[in-house]
Unconditional design. Structure first.
Length: 162
């Protein structure tokens, strides 16, 4: 289970109209590692298959010539395995980027909500000396944090999609 929002901050997040992301960055990291490992396994299989074909170098015959022709073709099993390894590592890298973006977004949202909670506490603490005028700052603080969280979500989406 990834980072969860502290209970004290979940109310503030809901007041701002946001829902805590259900994305689990730990699971995304695990999936990224699995895809990268799968890419390494595909590369190893391609290497082993190429080594096995090299053992046939001393043999001749029409069937072996057809096999060699097929094996050296651009859409042969060896080429597909090599492409599979590259593709799997690319998927793993993309999942790793997504996990990092989710982690950064969650941490930044928690920081923004913590700053909002501190600002609200300060406004309440100074309410008596300011005859309640400091309480008028609370909606402004909420709007500023709302804008900041919206910006963070936009940045996260741009990082993943752009």
């Amino acid at each position: 289970m990834g980072i969860q929002i502290p209970g004290e901050l979940s109310g503030l997040l809901n007041e701002l109209g946001y829902v805590w992301p259900e994305s689990d960055e730990e699971r995304l990291f695990e999936l990224a590692q699995a895809w990268i490992a799968f890419g390494a396994e595909a590369d190893a299989a391609a290497t082993d298959a190429t080594a096995a074909v090299a053992l046939l170098a001393g043999n001749d015959g029409s069937a072996l010539e057809a096999f060699r022709g097929q094996w050296s073709d651009s859409d042969s099993a060896a080429a597909v395995l090599q492409d599979l390894g590259f593709g799997a590592r690319a998927v793993g890298a993309a999942l790793l980027v997504c996990a990092l973006v989710v982690l950064a977004l969650k941490i930044n949202v928690i920081v923004q909500l913590t700053l909002l909670a501190i600002s609200i506490a300060q406004a309440i603490a100074t309410a008596a000396p300011t005859f309640g005028a400091s309480l008028l700052e609370i909606p402004v603080f909420k709007k500023l944090v709302d804008i900041a969280i919206d910006f963070l979500i936009g940045q996260a989406l741009e990082a993943v999609l752009g």
